[in-house]
Each structure stands twice: as C-alpha cells, then as structure tokens.
Design a protein around this ligand. Sequence first.
Ligand code: GLY
Length: 373
Amino acid sequence: MTTGVVNEAWVKDVWGKIVAKVERTSKRIGDSFPYASVNGTYNSESNDWWTNGFWPGLLWLIYKENEHADFRDIAVSVENQMDETLLGYEKLHHDVGFMWSLTSVAQYKLLGTEASKIRGLMAASHLAGRFNLKGQFIRAWNGENQQGWAIIDCLLNLPLLYWASETTNDPRFRHIAVAHADTVLREFIRPDGSSHHIVCFDPETGERIEARGGQGYSPDSAWARGTSWALYGMALSYRYTGHQRYLDAAKRVAHFYIANMPADAAPYWDFRAPVEPETAFDTSAAACAATGLLEISRAVPENEAHIYIDAAKRILLLLTEQYVSWGEDEEGILTMATANFPKRAYVNVPIIYGDYYYAEAIAKLRGRTELFW
Ligand code: GLY
C-alpha cells in the first residue's frame, strides 16, 4: 500500500496558493453559501442548498493544518445556519451526506463538538429513512413522482452512513449503505465503467423501470461528473467496508475515465455528448476524479498504485496550468465547471465543489489521509 505522497515543489506551491486565495476570498464570502461564481463573484444560495457543505469543507480542510480561527468561525456559522433546514425536515433529501459530512462530521472530527455529532447523526437518520426496502435503494429527491428514483450522486452521501455506524457502534446505517451501493453496482455501473445518472424503480415492488439521462446527455450516455461520483463513491465504499467488489468497480470506472480523458484533462460535460461549438466543459468532474483516483491508489498494491497516482497528478497539473485562477478578479479557484448543461445552469464557471475537490486532491498529494467523508 502507498500513501501516494508527492513531494514535488509544485504541490507545495499550489497548496500555498489555495490557502492564500481562500484567506482572501473568505473575507468577502464569509458565512454565506457560495455555489457558482459568475463574473468573478460567488453567489449565495439559501441555507437548504445541496452544495452548502463544500465551502465550510474547504475551510476545514485548510484549518486542519493552519488552525486559522477565522476559517473555523465561518465554518461553524454556516453549519449553525443550516439547522433551519435540518430541523425543518421538509427540504431534506439524500444530499444530507454532502451537506453534513463536510460541516458537522468535519467539526466533530476536528473539534469533538457534541452538537455537531448530533447533527451528523440526525442527517444520517434522515438518509437511512429514505431507504426503500423493496428496491434496496436510497430515494434521491422529493418530487411528486420520484419516490422510486435513485441517482449515482448518492454514493457520495454513503460515507455519512458509514460514519454513523462507526460513531454509534450500530451496524444498521452501514447495512443500508452497503445495500444501496450493491444496487448501484448492479443497476447503474455498466460493464465498460460508465454509469447512468438516474435509475427509476417501482417504489412498491422495487422492480427496475428505466434509466434516465438526468444531468447527462441521454439514458445511455456518460455524464462526466456522474462518472466521477461513481469512481470516488465506490472507492469510498471500499475504504469503509473492505468489500473487494467496490474497489473493482472503482477501478473499472477509473479506467473508463482515464481512457476518455481529453489531452488537457478538462472533459466535456458528458463523454458521449456530441461535440458542438457550445458543448460545455466540466472541470469539477476532473477534480473529483483526481481525488477518487488518489483514494484508489491507497487501496491497491504498490505496483498498481502508480497508475492512479500518475493519472491524478496529470489531471491536477493540467488543471493547474490551464484552468485554475489565482487572480483577484475571480473568487473561484477552478474555472470551467458546469452545474447542469441540459438546463443551461451555470455553464463553464467555477463551482464550489470543483474548488473543494481540487483542494482535497492536492491535500491528498501532500499526504493527508484523514478526511471528512
Ligand atoms: N449532485 C448533483 C450534481 O452533481 O450536480
């Protein structure tokens, strides 16, 4: 096994620039809920938005090294403001994992805050409560006819369940996570390593009905960020369970990703979308793939690890050279991400999860193993 530490000057240099940039942008962004940067400035979402964990997550990632009190205070304030959503219940959905892993679980792991532990466990209980026993999947969204919908993104919510089982010494949460991950393995991830975005089941019988394109180009296409969710998500399920089938799946998706990776490491938003002048890019998929590849590198034998480390390094170096902004005219770090191309929502702009995954991958190259997922 390898830790994948890359003691190269550029890694140290990039980390220093990330810290300096976040020190600067945090003074303006403060305890708001940044999602996408338009014309150089991050917007702010409401306190129920699914990406609200990423900004505090980025601050905690850096805080673990520099113990910067301002970063801590902002992250704590964002988490506190999210209580309205947590306690309000109605706006909760499966992305409680994204939202509370990088806020409450992070704070609990770093500072031992009891209230944060309770929040994390409440969020995990909500996620567990969305499990459909017949279909063996976690319901994604709350739409009127979406009782039977599951989506690939949910793999990144599963660490909240694994954490809850470890924290309470109660395997129920893990059982649900494993059942969902097995359904994803069977119904989402194709033999070639690509993945569906949405699979719909009959919520009464659990029978599979159909796959849908969702944020991808079509039911049979390969949404780039969905590919990264599958890659990193399966690697994380392996980390928590040790089940070889999850590592095998993560590797299969990784091989698909690497084989389809463009020369400059910035994929189009869907690997199978027709390439036209307006076809958007999604660098957030590349950043998430990079941190996932590094996760795989830690799980495989030494003689295989270099495949995943080299691929991750290549992605991160190319992103750094061509798509990262250190300038004062742009609050985002990683440019050219796309939130939802079918809806033309935030196309070719920095998005907070792109920044977070880029920073997380760089932190891993520096040897960080203790993360919040
Ligand atoms: N989880 C939704 C997305 O990746 O945009």
